[in-house]
Ligand binder design. Sequence first.
Ligand code: ZN
Length: 166
Amino acid sequence: MASVRVEDTTYFLRQFHWHTPSEHWKDGENFPMELHLVHQSEEGEFLVIGAFVLPGEVNDELDKFWTRLDDDLGEEEGSAFVGSFQLKHLIPTVGDIKTLRYSGSFTTPPCTEEVNWVVMNDPIELSSEQIEAFQELFLEEEEFPAGNTRPIQPLNGLTVEKSFRR
Ligand SMILES: [Zn+2]
């Protein structure tokens, strides 16, 4: 099982999903998409790793199921069985990873649960076609015509910690 260790706690990957446009903003700008990897510790504590997405290289690993986004995926709406998926092709897992951290909540209602957020400073890349394929899912959604992103929230005195110096 995929896991991540942050400040002496091990969090296990529960699921990952995407938002368009990005939910976090950086230096006053948002990105076309954002990846969320939702983790939970054995004690039940949540940690979400967020990564901004910029148009660039195609991600072949993702195309294992990205090409089926439009399919009727059966019983559980929106889920598909993917034989194997290598997370390391999605986000960098080694090296000097710059992150922004804060303690917040989930971005989907009721938005109450406490969550440790770790947002990667450097964006990952998907091809423009891959980004557009995801954005197209929302074009005809009456409930979310502009995507599946919670509007940006005021910081209300929240502190964001950087793991690096500029
Ligand atoms: Zn999310």
